[in-house]
Design a protein around this ligand. Structure first.
Ligand code: ATP
Ligand code: MG
Length: 411
């Protein structure tokens, strides 16, 4: 026998038993985006490595150590996408989709980051992604957040918390960065190795540290919100007012930053206390400089990404995962054929029918076939078996299953 080949670390299979939860998430996603007028955009999983380097930023975890990059046989430098925004911006520019100035799109698919695998953290994972281009005002920030809220609510998820913050303009952020460098520099001895590394390259990233020992230092750090430029402040206040009038509960979290460098002004995150330290289920923000940075005409942009594995975990934890897609009818042909297939006794076959999870069994024994009828047995309720002409079996099953669905809905 050959040696078993193990899956790669941090890469998982979605088993047939889990497919219903994934399908539910995908179905609701499509419905919600449709309702908001967002169009699906499918972009490649591989891109030129420099796309991610230029957009995400050199001093981010992703670019520093998490990208799956390689040089192919033709000397092309290729990276498996670690996130969707950069590729979408690239595609929007290369396809000239911004001629109308405005665009609302979404996409869904696998992302790749070479992180330390844990529950809710994988090396191949999946994201649902929304992006809107060409809207400078805070109303689209609100729309984006409402869209994610609608999706989470339609899935039935509860106990989620919305955090919002503003990172201001690049100029305000540069000044803040110096302020932070001075603050953390004065506490250098208390910093962990990761944070010390970030101190020189990107002190904002220290705020995103997941190390509990760093939390008191982070809590005492200066806040960009206190020194925001007047326009960013107005933008942020308008967003908060929109959220309030839409009845969306939110918490201003002045130390919320994102792991990618391209964000400006609004950033937000949906978190849960149900998944341990992998608490972020959806995160996003505004990136007004990114399109220009990647060679397009200056165009504001905003987007978010939702981690599908974490949502599926929540659906399972909160008992909201859709039922496994069981057959509705378990049927077997005439008795002779059963013997040929190793069918077993009548009792065995009913047991098997029962185990299949089906609602009904259709019995087509010799005697039934001779009379041109099928016997229909309800496997779940104690009601008398009935007979039905074979040519009408489709129609009769439709009625019976419809009745049952009606009963289940009323219950
Ligand atoms: P985290 O803080 O958990 O590392 P992140 O800030 O790196 O998340 P983003 O890049 O904003 O995450 O991605 C958006 C969402 O994608 C996250 O909120 C999370 O739900 C999901 N996600 C990110 N990385 C992973 C991963 N390695 N495995 C599974 N899901 C992930
Ligand atoms: Mg991360």
């Amino acid at each position: 026998m050959g040696k078993i080949i193990e899956p790669l670390r941090g890469v998982h299979d979605v088993l047939p038993a889990q497919a219903a939860a994934w399908q539910k998430l995908e179905r609701v996603t499509r419905e919600v985006f449709r309702a908001y007028g967002y169009e699906e955009f499918r972009v490649p999983v591989i891109e030129q490595t420099q796309l991610f380097k230029r957009s995400i930023g050199d001093f981010t975890d992703i670019v520093e150590k998490e990208m799956f990059s390689f040089v192919d046989q033709g000397e092309d430098h290729i990276t498996l996408r670690p996130e969707a925004t950069a590729g979408i911006v690239r595609a929007v520019i290369s396809n000239g989709l911004l001629r109308d100035n405005r665009l609302r799109v979404w996409c869904m698919g696998p992302m790749f980051r070479r992180e330390r695998p844990q529950a809710g953290r994988f090396r191949q994972f999946h994201q649902i992604d929304a992006e809107a281009f060409g809207f400078p005002g805070p109303d689209v920030d609100a729309e984006m957040i409402l869209l994610s809220a609608r999706l989470l609510r339609r899935l039935g998820l509860t106990r989620l918390k919305l955090l919002v913050n503003s990172l201001g303009t690049p100029a305000a952020r540069a000044a803040y960065r110096d302020e932070l460098a001075a603050y953390f520099g004065a506490h250098e001895a208390e910093l962990d190795a990761d944070s010390r590394r970030r101190l020189a390259g990107n002190p904002l990233r220290i705020l995103d540290s997941k190390n509990p020992q760093m939390q008191h230092l982070v809590a005492g750090a200066p806040r960009l919100l206190d020194s925001l430029d007047p326009e960013s402040k107005e933008h942020f206040e308008a967003l908060c007012a929109h959220l309030k009038s839409a009845g969306i509960e939110y918490h201003v979290e002045p130390h919320l930053v994102r792991g990618l460098d391209y964000y400006t002004r609004t950033v937000f995150e949906w978190t849960t206390d149900a998944l341990g330290s992998q608490s972020a289920v959806c995160a996003g923000g505004r990136y007004d400089g990114l399109v220009e940075q990647l060679g397009g005409a200056s165009t504001p942009g905003i987007g978010w990404a939702m981690g599908q594995e974490r949502i599926v975990l929540l659906l399972e934890k909160q008992g909201l995962a859709a039922q496994r897609d069981r057959p509705q009818v378990y049927a077997w042909p005439s008795l002779k054929l059963q013997i040929n297939l190793g069918g077993g006794s009548f009792k065995t076959q009913f047991k098997r029918a029962d185990k299949s999870g089906a609602e009904f069994a259709i019995v087509l024994g010799d005697e039934e076939v001779e009379r041109g009828v099928a016997a229909v047995k309800d496997l779940r309720r104690d009601v008398a078996q009935e007979e039905c002409p074979i040519e009408r079996i489709n129609e009769r099953m439709g009625t019976l299953l419809g009745l049952k669905a009606g009963i289940a809905e009323q219950a």
